[in-house]
Design a protein around this ligand. Sequence first.
Ligand code: 3PG
Length: 217
Amino acid sequence: MFTPELIAKLEKSRLAAVLTIENPDNAIPVARALLDGGVSVIELAFRTPQAAEAIQRIRENVPEITIGAGTVLNPQQVKDAAAVGAAFGVAPGCNPRTLRAAQDCRLPFAPGVATPTDIEIALEHRCNVLKFFPAETSGGLAHLNNIATPFAHLGLRYFPLGGINAGNLAMYLQSPLVACVGGSWLAKPDVVQKHDWETIRRNAAEAMTIVRSIQPT
Ligand code: 3PG
């Protein structure tokens, strides 16, 4: 379960950067570039063997960032994420073994949901923040509104990812269902590998200008 304090951090940034890090030496400069641009939530994907170390370095050196572990696919990765102090875990899908491990480790966990069945599985494991994935190809905000309606009385919050960019993030953020959106476009792996921190800072700043222009509905 995400605590109210953790949800408040998502709501404050409203934007999360999905990162894949090959070289842990890149973790801190990327995090600082995102923070300079105004983005204070990172989902760092367990898609490289260096992910846990990168999370630890960001947690220890850039404390203004709320750092979560992404692409957490099994109980061992839940333990690894918890061991390095990830603030939360995220998965593309809704694997009950992974969700049980997150409960055991007390790691706030947002499983991926795209159907009402997925949401019911997440509820069984006391999840209250759900990654809506893949947001755009599942049907976008219209689909999220449909699948969320039967659960509206439960106060679930959603974290849409998958196909989000500067062109469509405002639409999602205008929905009261949505705590935060995220995407990999802010800091693509090739830009990270080139150490192009200025592009990452500018991507974040441009997206945050859009975020700040959104009027609450
Ligand atoms: C992911 O887990 O890969 C994220 O949802 C990012 O999706 P994107 O690359 O479409 O932003």
